[in-house]
Design a protein around this ligand. Structure first.
Ligand code: NOJ
Length: 732
């Protein structure tokens, strides 16, 4: 074994090599020279103007732009309006510096795709990349240059409403999507007018908000930060992300928007990030509420010094920094650095050379046929089949009479989900409408049954009557759109209102009832899991919700999605995630083991779980070699066979466990996966490759190392089931 000292030296060398690669983004002498020249002409007032981001417009806006007081807008859309404002900046301000227009393009611009938590269940990064290309194109032709996306916060607490905006609980899967989304938004060239710059957020650890309460504090070890919460940000950076957003939460006592350790030590120095950091909405001013600044001036100094370059809506940089420089309390050099970073991204976007967007393009681009088709495809690939007893699904198209019931069956606005940007509810096709158009000959009876939230059971009888008369019932229940997303934490995760009572009444009829769930987070549905015959987790699927769900219900699409997040049985189990530690007393029969008296420790549905209309059998897991040196690759092969009657897609998942290490390691960690297509009866050899260098972990001093020793490998269709074998990592 090499000593710790040599190991560290080696690691530093390795990581600087990686940084060299990562740092290749945004390095261009010509652009730096242009920035030097421009900076040399700017007054201090014009400089702080570049650091100021404003939401929307008012009667003073034009004049402020003319005076160089605004560097960026958010929430201004439409190329006609952005061009108008841009013209003032470029043609009427002293230096003609273009504005960068930002917006929350979270899951589509006008064509709305599934919420991120849903599309994370596709396990299909190429597809998601294409979805973001579409979102970027639609946003770009509407005058937008910059999206506050992807949200790459790992979240293990479904009480937190913003879990809907991210990719679930796993750092590996989260990193795969972070990369795909950045590449999708940004394309190969930011100056291409159909691409936009991305903004991974919220840096960092916002997803760990205590008790799932939004904006709440986070206290965690640096080890945890590095192993779980930072990796998706690093993946986004390595993919070339041009901006980052600082989070609201405090991390170990230091608010993220004043956190020098995360923003400067890690992001800028260790990772060599050369883009700019924007604050979150008023998060600089909020340093006062956090109690780490007594005045707005102090807040401004702390945020700027920590590494926040642009101030979103606190107006502290634009209003206070000049005086601070004049009084000698702040160095102008620090402001110059922030301005340089903002200008750099504006140059890379090509805004100095092509500041305006062609206003005619939106007609052919927004909501066009290909975009809708892709949205439908992503939507159906996001639907997770949780239960399908006696092959109740798919339903036969030849049925005579169908009941469609539930407060979400025909609710256009809810299906768009949180942060639906410019999506319009009138452009949504609901489940009811989609089934009606798919099956024009079937008698379809719709009953709302109840509201999402209130307590009236007035329509229960009618719903029961229709269920009894029908050959099958599609019952669509869940959360309202506003119940997830920002500032939408919940302490109860059961179906709101009297919906569960409605589900019970209908299932009691003994007739076939398919429960379709729409929600922005895992809900606690133990009764439904035990008693319903078929359950589809449909999340909020966007503009094409209905057609996608109808495709799955009637067998035009065989579900293939796998959960990106564990479903707890009850709120008391939270936080619950598959990659936990074993403890010294793993749950068992005996009393003094780590468990609950009143519920199992296992989730209701585990990470990676999802059924298909067909079945897949795994056999013959083999390794190329059972001893792998630290710089080598683990290469596993497994045979997967479709043993059912339907063609289908399967996500072959690879997990590892470090059996004995110097620190406790998780019981399982996802390290690879492959989505494959198998026709009925077909068998394929699936090869999965993992770098041994990715099987390490951090100590509390932020050193990363791969320890030699025995590991277990698991390959299967979710984080619980599958084949396993052992392998060993050796020094060399
Ligand atoms: C606050 C949210 O936390 C952030 O995600 C979003 O991008 C900004 N508001 C701007 O809308």
């Amino acid at each position: 074994m090499i000593g710790r000292k040599w190991r560290n030296i080696l690691l530093i060398l390795l990581s600087s090599l990686v940084n060299l690669y990562a740092g290749d983004f945004f390095k261009n002498d010509e652009i730096e020279n242009r920035i030097d020249l421009l900076l040399s002409k700017m007054t201090l007032k014009e400089k702080v103007g570049q650091l100021n981001q404003v939401s929307g417009t008012n009667k003073d806006t034009d004049e402020q732009i003319r005076n160089g007081r605004i560097g960026s807008f958010l929430n201004v859309v439409g190329a006609a309006e952005t061009n108008r404002l841009q013209r003032i900046a470029v043609e009427e301000s002293r230096l003609g510096i273009p504005i960068i227009f930002g917006l929350d393009v979270i899951h589509g611009y006008r064509t709305i795709f599934p919420i991120p938590l849903a599309s994370a269940c596709t396990w299909d990064p190429e597809l998601i990349k294409r979805a973001e290309q579409v979102a970027a194109k639609e946003a770009a032709v509407s005058g937008i240059h910059w999206t506050f996306s992807p949200m790459v916060d790992i979240a293990r607490d479904p009480r937190w409403g913003r879990i809907a905006e991210g990719h679930g609980e796993d750092p590996f899967l989260g990193s795969v999507y972070a990369k795909a989304k950045v590449e999708g938004f940004q394309g190969k060239d930011l100056s291409d007018p159909k691409t936009i710059v991305s903004c991974p957020k919220h840096f960092v650890a916002y997803g760990a908000a205590e008790a799932g309460r939004d904006y709440n504090s986070v206290d965690m070890s640096v080890k945890m930060l590095r192993e779980i919460y930072l990796p998706p940000f690093k993946a986004a950076l390595d993919a070339g992300a041009g901006t980052f957003m600082a989070a609201f939460n405090d991390l170990n006592g230091v608010p993220a928007s004043a956190n020098h350790f995360t923003l400067t030590d890690i992001l800028r120095h260790e990772w060599d990030f050369r883009g700019f950091v924007v604050s979150d909405w008023t998060s600089i001013l909020e340093l006062l509420s956090h109690g780490i600044a007594g005045t707005p001036e102090e807040a401004g100094i702390k945020a700027l010094k920590a590494g926040v370059d642009m101030d979103m809506m606190s107006f502290i940089y634009v209003d206070r920094l000049i005086n601070l420089v004049k009084k000698g309390e702040l160095s102008e050099k620090l402001i110059d650095e922030a301005v340089r970073r903002v200008l750099r991204i504006k140059y890379y976007l090509g805004l100095f050379d092509h500041p305006y967007m062609d206003e005619t393009l939106k007609k052919e681009i927004l909501l066009n046929k290909e975009h809708l088709e892709l949205a439908r495809d992503v939507a159906r690939k996001s639907i997770v089949l949780l239960k399908n007893e006696n092959q109740l699904l798919p339903l036969k198209k030849e049925i005579k009479r169908l009941a469609v019931i539930g407060p979400l069956a025909d609710s256009k606005s809810d299906m768009l989900g949180t942060w639906h940007c410019q999506g319009r509810s009138e452009e949504v096709t609901t489940v009811l409408k989609a089934i009606q158009s798919k099956l024009p000959k079937v008698k379809i009876k719709y009953v709302k049954g109840c509201a999402i939230q209130d307590n009236s059971k007035k329509e229960f009888d009618k719903a029961v009557r229709e269920t009894k008369k029908a050959d099958a019932t599609v019952l669509v229940v869940g959360e309202a759109e506003f119940m997830s997303g920002e500032a939408a934490s919940r302490t109860e995760l059961a179906l709101p209102g009297v919906q569960l009572a409605l589900v019970k009444e209908l299932i009691k009829t003994g007739k076939p009832v398919i429960v379709v769930l729409m929600n922005g987070r895992p809900l606690t549905i133990p009764w439904i899991a035990d008693n319903a015959s078929a359950i589809l987790e449909a999340w909020f699927l966007g503009t094409q919700s209905g057609p996608a769900i109808a495709d799955v219900l009637f067998g035009d699409f065989n579900p293939s999605a796998k959960l990106a997040i564990s479903f707890p049985r009850n709120v008391g189990q939270i936080p619950i995630y598959y990659n936990h530690k074993n403890t010294g007393r793993p749950p068992g029969e005996e009393k003094f083991t780590s468990k609950y008296l009143d519920a199992p420790v296992t989730p209701l549905y585990t990470f990676g779980f999802g059924l298909s209309y067909t079945n897949f059998e795994y056999r013959d897991l083999t390794l190329k070699t059972e001893k792998i040196n630290k710089s080598g690759d683990l290469i596993a092969t497994v045979k997967v066979k479709n043993v059912g009657d339907y063609d289908g897609d399967e996500v072959v998942q690879l997990y590892i466990k470090d059996l004995v290490a110097s620190m406790s390691r998780p019981v399982k960690e996802l390290k690879g996966f492959k989505k494959i297509h198998l026709s009925a009866g077909e068998e394929k050899n699936v090869v999965l490759k993992v770098k041994a260098s990715d099987l390490g972990f951090y100590d509390h001093q932020s050193n990363y190392f791969v320890e030699p020793g025995m590991f277990k490998l698991f390959v299967g269709s979710n984080s619980v089931d599958g084949l396993s074998t052992n392998f060993e990592i050796i020094e060399k």
